[in-house]
Design a protein. Structure first.
Length: 963
C-alpha cells in the first residue's frame, strides 16, 4: 500500500516554538509519515526556513534540522514489523528558502562518505561510514512549477519566499538552481524532480486541495492523507501462442481487478484516522501492469521505437479506460466516491483529456493542459488495440457523465519488483529488460544461467527458423559442453592426462558456470585428480590458481573456448542475426564482455511519455544512465521529461555513490568483466551406505523401490551417542524471537543430536520445534548426512525471520529453521558461504604465502579481510582469478612485467577460498556489472538490482520500495 501524508502548515505551538508544526510529539512519532509507515511520501514545504522569526522570540533552525531527525528515526525504525527500513519520500517546493541546502544535502553527505572511505572505513551502505552521515533513508525530490522551468529557459531570476508571511528571502538565477539540481543528481542520484503544474493539470479532485506529494517511488500521486492499494497484471500472460494479444482476456482481468481493489478499500486497515478518512472519501486505486519490455521483445519490436510506444500507449489506455468504466458501473450500483460531486467538472475534464489522447488529438484540443501530450500514434498502433482503446475511453467518459465514478483514481505503474518475481516476469513495470542472460537460484543452493525467455519467441517472430534460433541462443549462452570446442575439448584434455571420469565431472558443471575457469578446479575434479595431473596442494589451493593456464592453454585459447562453451552473454555478433534486428534485443545495460548496445536515456523517457497520458497517477521508473554522462545531459533529461508531460523523473548515474560493494572494474583499472563466471557448487552425495555386512550402493535401485524393500530383513543401524558427550549451546534472536540451540556430538566431533527451545512462545510452536529437533536427531543417528539436512532446510522462508542477534556469523535468516541449519552448516561442515560474516579459521590453516608469482614476475597479495556487513571476503576469490589471468598486453606501454607488483594489503584474517566463495562472488560480480552500487538485500543478503526508484532482490523477491 502506498501512502501520501501531510505535514501541517506553519503554526505557533506554545509548547515547542521551533518545530513549527502542530502536535510535535506526534510528528516525531510518525503521525506525519516521517518515520513509521512504510512507503510514505510527504511535502515539507510548510515548515519554516532557517532564520525565519518565531512569535515567541528567536529564529527557526530551519527545515534541515527536522529532516535529519526524521532521517535518523527512519533508519532506526523498521517498517511494518519487517526487516525493511522505513521507505519515505521527502519533497520540497522549489521556492522554499532552504531549497539549495536541501538539493545539495545528499551530495555533501556523499563527499563525507568518500573522505571516510579514503581513510579506511567500510564503504558498504550498512557500514560505519554511511552510519555517520545523514540523508540516507529517503528519496528526495524537488517540486518544479512551469514558472520555474520557464525562468530557467529565459535565464530569469527566481525568488525564494518565507513560509510565514510570503516575503522574498533570497533571489537567485533560476539556471543556477537548475544546475545545482542536475549536479547533485549527477553526484548521488538525488534529488529527483516532480513537475507540479503537470500534476495539478491532471488532478481529478482539485476541490480537495493541491496534490503536494507522492509515495517514495512516485507512482501514487494524490492528496495528502490518502492511501492506495496496488495491483499489476502480467502482460505476457495475455499473449496467445500465435503471438497475438488476447484483448478480451485483458479487458476481463482489468474489470475483475478493479472490483477487487475497490473491495480492498473497504476492507483495508490504515495507520491513522486521517488516512482512513481520506482513503474512504476518494477511494483511489492503483491498477497497473508488468512485463511490458518482455512483451515487446517477444513480438520482435524494439523497446526504443515508435511502434513500441504506440503499443504501450494503447495497452495503458485500455487499462485505465476500462478501469474507469468499471468504476462508473460500480458508482451506478453503490454511488460515486463521497467527494465526487464537488469535483465532478474537474474530473470529467481530465477524463475527456484521456479520451482525446487515445484518439491522438491535436494539442490545442486538450482542455487545461499546458504541456505536449503524447497521444497514441493512430498509424503505427495495431488496429485491434487502437479500436479497444477508443472503445474503453468512449465507455469510460459516457458512463462517468451519467453515473460518476466510484474511484478518484484507477491506475498507476508501480515498479512491481516483488510481485513481478512471483508472476515470473522477465521485466518489471514499464522497464526494459536489464540483461539477456539471467541468474536463476536453485532450490538447494547454487545458480544456473538461462537466456532471457523472450529471445527465442522474438527470433521466431522475426522469421528465423529453428536451426538459426538454436545457433543464436548457443552464441548467447554457449554449448555448455566440451564437444567440438576450440582448444579446450575432450581430445586436448585427454592428451593432457584427463580421464573419462574427469571429463564427465567437468561436463556436469558446465551448465552452471559463466566462465570456463570455474569448471576447472579441485572442487570439480577432486584433489586426487589434481595431484595426478601434477599440481601440488599449494598450487591448486592458491586463490589465483588458473588451472587452464597451468595446463598450457594461452589466454586466447581460453577466451575462444569460453565464448564457445559459456557463451558471449550478448546477442551482438550472433550468426544469422541481421543488423536491423539488433535493437529488438537492446536492454537497459550493456551485455557480456563484448556487448556495446544499450537503450539510450531518451528511449526510457519517450516510453514513459507514451504511457503517462493514460495513467491516473504516475510511473515509477528510474532512468539509468552511464557513468560518463555529463551534467549538461542530465539537465537535458529533466527538460525533455517536462516537455513530454511526465509527472516525475528520477535518474541514476552508474557508480555515482560511494556505496559500491562491487564494481565492474578492479582497483587497478583492469576490467573484471571476464570474471563473471561462477562454479555450481553441488554437494557430493555419499556413494555407499553400509548396513551390517551388506553394502548398498546409491543409485542402484529403480524409482519406486522403498527403503523397507531395499533393506529386506537387515537391521538398520543406529549410531548412539556416548552417555557423556560434548556439544555447545547457542543463544540467539531471530526476528526478535529468542532461541536456544543445543547440540550433542560424537567423539569425533560430528553432530549427533539437536535440541531447540524458544524462550517465550506458545506451547504449540515450542512443541513443533522440539519435535522437529527430535526428528532431525533421529535422522542423524540413523545415518542421514548433515549435508542433506543443511541443503534441504536452508533458505526455507516463513515468519519469524529477519535480523539475527547473538550469533557471531549468521546475521540474517529467512526463518528459524533457516537460521538453525545455517549455524550447523557453518559449525560442523565449514559451509562458510551460509554465513553473512564468515568465521576466522586462520587457527586451523597454515599461514598463506605473502605473494604468488604469476607469469613474468607479476605478484599477487592476498587481500581477503573478514568484514562484518560486507562481501569483501567473498569478492577476493573473483578478484584474484582475474588478476592471475590479466593479459600482458593490458600493461601500460613501456612497462616491463617484472616491474608490476600488487603489494599485499594488511590482512585481518585468512581463510581458504571455497567453491561457494567463488560462486557467490561471480554471481555478485556479474550483477554488479549491471547495477553499479546496488545494496545488499536486507532479507537474504543477495545483491539487488535497480527497480523504479528502489531496488529489488532477484533471489528472494524482496523490494526496498514498492511491491
Amino acid at each position: 500500500m502506498a501512502f501520501v501524508t501531510d505535514v501541517s502548515r506553519c503554526t505557533d505551538d506554545p509548547d515547542f516554538y521551533d518545530l513549527t508544526v502542530a502536535r510535535h510529539s506526534n510528528y516525531l512519532a510518525g503521525e506525519s509519515g516521517v518515520v513509521a509507515i512504510h512507503n510514505t511520501g510527504s511535502n515539507f514545504s510548510h515548515i519554516r526556513a532557517e532564520g525565519e522569526p518565531l512569535s515567541g522570540g528567536g529564529k527557526s533552525s530551519g527545515l534541515m534540522s527536522f529532516l535529519k531527525v526524521g532521517d535518523r528515526a527512519a533508519g532506526a525504525i523498521k517498517s511494518g514489523g519487517t526487516t525493511r527500513r522505513a521507505a519515505k519520500m521527502v519533497i520540497l517546493d522549489v521556492d522554499h528558502p532552504d531549497i539549495e541546502t536541501f538539493v545539495n544535502w545528499k551530495a555533501n553527505e556523499e563527499d563525507k562518505v568518500r573522505a571516510l572511505v579514503a581513510a579506511g572505513y567500510d564503504s558498504d551502505f550498512n557500514g560505519e561510514a554511511y552510519a555517520t552521515v545523514s540523508g540516507q533513508n529517503s528519496n528526495n525530490s524537488v517540486r518544479l512549477s512551469n514558472e520555474f522551468v520557464q525562468a530557467v529557459l529565459d535565464d530569469a531570476d527566481w525568488d525564494l519566499t518565507a513560509r510565514t508571511d510570503g516575503r522574498v528571502m533570497k533571489t537567485l538565477k533560476a539556471r543556477s538552481l537548475w544546475r545545482q539540481i542536475a549536479e547533485a543528481a549527477w553526484k548521488c542520484a538525488d534529488p529527483g524532480v516532480q513537475f507540479d503544474t503537470t500534476i495539478q493539470e491532471w488532478h481529478t479532485s482539485p476541490a480537495g486541495g493541491r496534490i503536494r506529494a507522492t509515495n517514495p517511488c512516485s507512482e501514487y500521486v494524490f492528496l495528502d492523507n490518502t492511501a492506495c492499494n496496488l495491483a499489476s497484471l502480467n502482460l505476457v500472460a495475455f499473449e496467445r501462442a500465435d503471438g497475438t494479444f488476447d484483448l478480451d482476456a485483458y479487458r476481463h482481468a482489468i474489470r475483475l481487478w478493479t472490483i477487487v481493489l475497490e473491495v480492498s478499500v473497504t476492507m483495508a486497515h490504515f495507520p491513522s484516522k486521517e488516512i482512513a478518512q481520506g482513503s474512504y472519501d476518494y477511494r483511489t486505486l492503483g491498477l497497473g501492469y508488468a512485463n511490458l519490455g518482455s512483451l515487446l521483445m517477444r513480438d520482435g519490436i524494439a523497446y526504443d521505437s515508435d511502434e513500441a510506444r504506440a503499443i504501450a500507449g494503447a495497452l495503458t489506455a485500455v487499462l485505465t479506460g476500462y478501469a474507469y468504466a468499471t468504476s462508473a458501473e460500480m458508482a451506478q450500483a453503490l454511488g460515486p466516491f463521497p467527494k465526487f460531486d464537488e469535483n465532478r467538472d474537474a474530473m470529467l475534464r481530465v477524463m475527456r483529456n484521456h479520451r482525446r489522447a487515445a484518439y491522438g488529438a491535436d494539442q490545442d484540443e486538450f482542455d487545461g493542459v499546458s504541456h505536449h501530450v503524447v497521444g497514441i500514434d493512430q498509424a503505427l498502433c495495431p488496429p485491434d488495440m487502437l479500436e479497444e482503446a477508443h472503445t474503453a475511453w468512449d465507455l469510460a467518459v459516457a458512463l462517468g457523465e451519467t453515473h460518476g465514478y466510484r474511484n478518484a483514481q484507477s491506475s498507476c505503474l508501480a515498479p512491481t519488483g516483488t510481485i513481478g518475481l512471483q508472476m515470473d516476469c522477465d521485466t518489471t513495470g514499464v522497464e526494459p529488460d536489464f540483461a539477456l542472460v539471467k541468474f536463476k537460484k536453485l532450490a538447494g543452493g547454487g545458480y544456473f544461467k538461462i537466456a532471457n525467455q523472450s529471445i527465442a519467441p522474438a527470433l521466431h517472430r522475426l522469421g528465423y527458423d529453428h536451426h538459426q534460433v538454436d545457433q543464436i541462443l548457443e552464441y548467447v549462452i554457449g554449448t555448455m559442453n566440451l564437444y567440438r570446442a576450440p582448444h579446450v575439448n575432450t581430445a586436448t584434455l585427454i592428451a593432457k592426462g584427463f580421464t573419462a571420469d574427469d571429463i564427465a565431472k567437468i561436463e556436469a558443471v558446465l551448465p552452471g558456470v559463466f566462465d570456463l575457469r570455474f569448471a576447472f578446479n579441485q572442487w570439480t575434479l577432486g584433489e586426487e585428480t589434481m595431484r595426478r595431473l601434477g599440481f601440488t596442494s599449494e598450487q591448486y589451493n592458491a586463490p589465483s590458481f588458473n588451472m587452464l593456464k597451468a595446463l598450457g592453454f594461452t589466454d586466447a585459447d581460453i577466451r575462444q573456448a569460453n565464448d564457445h562453451i559459456c557463451g558471449r552473454q550478448t546477442i551482438e555478433g550472433a550468426p544469422h542475426l541481421r543488423d536491423e534486428h539488433l535493437p529488438v534485443f537492446d536492454t537497459a545495460n550493456k551485455n557480456g564482455r563484448i556487448g556495446e548496445r544499450f537503450i539510450h536515456h531518451a528511449g526510457h523517457i519517450k516510453m514513459m511519455a507514451a504511457a503517462q497520458p493514460f495513467i491516473s497517477g504516475a510511473i515509477s521508473k528510474t532512468t539509468n544512465v552511464p557513468n560518463e554522462i555529463t551534467v549538461d545531459e542530465i539537465e537535458e533529461i529533466y527538460r525533455l521529461s517536462w516537455e513530454l508531460g511526465l509527472k516525475a523523473m528520477a535518474l541514476y548515474r552508474d557508480g555515482s555513490k560511494a556505496s559500491q560493494p562491487l564494481s565492474a572494474k578492479s582497483d587497478d583499472g583492469v576490467s573484471e568483466e571476464e570474471d563473471e563466471g561462477l562454479e555450481d557448487a553441488l554437494a557430493t552425495e555419499r556413494e555407499l551406505v553400509t548396513t551390517g555386512h551388506t553394502t548398498i550402493h546409491a543409485g542402484m535401485f529403480r524409482p519406486g523401490i522403498s527403503p523397507s524393500e531395499a533393506y529386506c530383513d537387515l537391521p538398520r543401524p543406529r549410531f548412539l551417542l556416548p552417555g557423556r558427550r560434548a556439544g555447545y549451546t547457542q543463544e540467539a534472536r531471530v526476528g526478535g524471537h529468542k532461541l536456544f540451540m543445543r547440540t550433542g556430538e560424537y567423539d569425533d566431533g560430528s553432530l549427533g543430536e539437536l535440541f531447540l527451545d524458544l524462550a517465550k512462545e506458545g506451547a504449540t510452536l515450542r512443541g513443533i520445534l522440539s519435535c522437529f529437533a527430535i526428528a532431525v536427531s533421529k535422522g542423524l543417528q540413523y545415518g542421514v548426512p548433515l549435508e542433506e539436512f543443511v541443503d534441504t532446510f536452508t533458505f526455507q522462508t516463513f515468519e519469524p525471520r529477519g535480523m539475527v542477534e547473538g550469533h557471531p556469523n549468521i546475521k540474517m535468516a529467512n526463518s528459524i529453521v533457516d537460521y538453525v541449519f545455517r549455524a550447523l552448516g557453518v559449525e560442523y561442515l565449514h559451509r562458510d558461504e551460509l554465513a553473512q560474516v564468515p568465521p576466522d579459521r586462520s587457527a586451523d590453516l597454515p599461514e598463506p604465502p605473502k605473494g604468488i608469482a604469476v607469469d613474468a614476475g607479476v605478484q599477487l597479495g592476498l587481500e581477503e579481510a573478514t568484514m562484518e556487513g560486507d562481501i569483501d571476503a567473498q569478492m577476493a576469490a573473483a578478484r584474484f582469478v582475474d588478476a592471475a589471468d590479466e593479459d600482458i598486453d593490458d600493461l601500460p606501454r613501456g612497462q616491463s612485467t617484472a616491474a608490476v607488483t600488487v603489494a599485499p594489503a594488511p590482512v585481518a584474517s585468512h581463510r581458504a577460498v571455497t567453491s561457494a566463495d567463488v560462486q557467490t562472488a561471480a554471481v555478485q560480480q556479474a550483477l554488479a556489472d549491471k547495477m553499479g552500487d546496488a545494496p545488499l538485500c536486507d532479507t537474504c543478503g543477495h545483491i539487488t538490482v535497480r527497480n523504479g526508484s528502489c531496488y529489488r532482490c532477484l533471489n528472494c523477491g524482496d523490494s526496498k520500495g514498492c511491491s
